[in-house]
Design a protein around this ligand. Structure first.
Ligand code: ADP
Ligand code: MG
Length: 371
């Protein structure tokens, strides 16, 4: 018979809980960088610089020219579930910022050695803050700084030895994932310059990516992937579903078209100009401009494309716009997974318009042909 064990239920020590949970909020180098870049975007930055040392294993630093942080907020900055972005649960449907859970910086403190240099427009100089693993300020000194914020992380995952070893073993791959995620922000952010560099002892200083603060997504695509990539893309815009799609979905004409709950916009490869590599390589999806992974939509796009081009995958930039109260991004801490109302309708109508697009446009279509 099993041994009788201690069965009293007790609360786990607060610091232990924090350590346990933080590793689930920030899973990887990519999530760490994503959280910092989102914070810079939320702070209204127009220039964001990501600096890495040794692919992020030594240093991850994000420098912005955003609003900066006011002195009264210095300590709350790194406290769990402290945020300036959400007050009531009901705010969740209308929240426009990337962040709202107030757990990224507190988690990063538990997972790395974090320092912040910031200056708010109301301050006469900058302040450098260092934090311990519980998010407490351990050092604070004035310094020179323009308005904006720099967050730096050293020894990422130092508190989770197994994860850190895994990270260091797969450094290049983790770095590539991070770059891929940064691309998603680079493409969708209009009027914002984003750059990333990496410094290694062997290879010196390497630029990884940079955008110019362009006014259009197409210019951003050209900046990141080259103008040839842009020329192979077709514009995609769907405001109303076409009739076939509605019929397929069993909706009578007219009944839904006046209140069709989505607007889709973006661009996709023509049949003749797909990508040779894997599907995920150059496919970027957004809900209301927030990068995410709507898995069913991704599947449909690739399925339809394969009917016209069996050997390649399409480049995709797709922004699904829908009313805030019909979508839930608060499913996982990284907010990559989304639940949406009317998903079936979306998939059906989207599929129909994609077929329509590829059937009506010649397979050799190329933007050069029309411009
Ligand atoms: P969240 O983004 O969900 O609010 P975070 O832990 O990422 O939670 O950040 C906590 C708070 O710190 C934010 O609400 C914001 O007020 C402030 N903050 C974080 N990064 C920056 C930044 N780069 N510039 C200005 N304020 C920042
Ligand atoms: Mg945040």
């Amino acid at each position: 018979s099993p041994e009788v064990k201690e069965t009293r239920i007790e609360a786990i020590n607060k610091d232990v809980v924090h350590q346990i949970c933080s590793g689930q909020v920030v899973l990887s180098l990519a999530t760490a960088v994503k959280e910092l870049v989102e914070n810079s975007l939320d702070a209204g930055a127009t220039v964001i610089e990501v600096r890495m040392k040794e692919y992020g294993s030594e240093l991850v630093e994000v420098i912005d020219n955003g609003a900066g942080i006011e002195e009264e907020n210095f300590q709350a900055l790194t406290l769990k579930h402290h945020t300036s972005k959400l007050r009531e649960f009901s705010d969740l449907v209308s929240v426009k910022t990337f962040g709202f859970r107030g757990e990224a910086l507190s988690s990063l403190c538990a997972l790395s050695e974090m320092a912040v240099v910031t200056r708010h427009s109301s301050a006469s100089c900058g302040t450098r803050l260092e934090f311990d693993c519980r998010g407490q300020i351990i050092k604070k000194q004035p310094c020179a700084r323009q308005v904006g914020t720099t967050v730096s992380l050293q020894n990422l995952f130092g508190s989770l030895p197994v994860r850190q070893k895994e990270f260091h073993r797969n450094l290049r791959r983790e770095f590539a994932k991070m770059t891929q995620l940064l691309y998603a922000y680079c493409l969708v952010c209009i009027g914002i310059k984003i750059s990333c560099t990496n410094r290694t002892k062997k290879g010196g200083h390497t630029p990884v990516l940079s955008t110019q603060g362009s006014e259009t997504v197409r210019d951003n695509i050209a900046c990141i992937f080259g103008s040839k990539q842009v020329q192979s893309l077709m514009e995609f815009l769907q405001k109303m579903p076409d009739e076939t799609a509605l019929q397929e979905y069993g909706i009578c004409e007219g009944s839904a078209s006046t209140e069709y709950p989505f607007q889709l916009e973006g661009c996709i490869s023509s049949c003749a100009h797909g990508q040779g590599r894997s599907a995920a390589d150059r496919q970027f999806f957004y809900v209301n401009s927030r990068p995410c992974e709507p898995t069913k939509v991704i599947k449909i796009i690739n399925e339809v494309y394969h009917q016209f081009n069996q050997h390649q995958y399409p480049f995709v930039f797709l922004n699904l716009k829908m009313a805030c109260n019909t979508v839930d991004v608060n499913v996982t801490p990284d907010k990559r997974k989304v639940f949406m109302d009317h998903e079936k309708l979306l998939i059906a109508t989207f599929k129909a318009s994609l077929f329509h697009l590829y059937e009506t446009i010649p397979s050799t279509f190329n933007f050069q042909n029309i411009s």
